[in-house]
Design a protein around this ligand. Sequence first.
Ligand code: URA
Length: 273
Amino acid sequence: MSLRAEIEGDWHAALAALCWQYDCGVDEFVVDEPVNRYDLPETLNPPAPAARPAARGTTRQPAAPEVPDAPAKVDPVAEARALAARAPSLAALQAALSQFEHCEVKKGARNTVFADGNPEARVLILGEAPGRDEDIEGRPFVGRAGQLLDQMFGAIGLTRDAEEASRALYITNVLPWRPPGNRDPEPAEIAMMQPFVERHISLANPEVIVALGNVPLITLTGQGSILKSRGKWMTALKRPLLPMVHPAYLLRNPAAKREAWADLLTLQARLRG
Ligand code: URA
């Protein structure tokens, strides 16, 4: 089957094919023959709008070109702030996120990955963005990194399935949509998601936040150097924040698991204390 036939009608396949070409270095499309754009048919170069007839008795003025009203400029961050502020509950916040159309990554995502676990939990884990498995399933941290996350926090008695708040986890991400090719979220994307993240944390009202990796650390504190900050208590949104390295980093660097274990014990001591 040709590539064209394969992608026809499937938005995700088309995007994946485009990303693949981009990753291969394609940044411009060149056709076989040079194109003289002055010779293109009229339909591609519409004529200027006709001048209005002058009113009787007036001197004829050159007609001003009709300029269509420019669409009102939208400030995505201001809109995110307004939508998030109006959400009185987690369900309303989830609905507000599905109405928000200014984040480009949403267009390529299958699901809005909102959260998982127990919203009553004492500990809220903030990750970066869904990956492929999370995008398909619609739940955060269900792929390999998620399995490691479950093992890590399970080792100190915290799980996303627990009904009891003291043993539970609540898990969400800075971005609820998978960025194409799992690229890092861009600063503008983080900025427009920040009001939603802050409202999410305020509504869930955890006792402690754990930031997994640089993206959540930057989102919550404005600074990001996870390898320097990990394991040290900070404050964000007037709550204790513990930065830890992302489980995906631990999968690539198993030697860092020793430090991650120390960070988990730091969290456990705080919860016990
Ligand atoms: N990595 C994240 O940061 N979040 C997920 O949900 C999955 C992988």
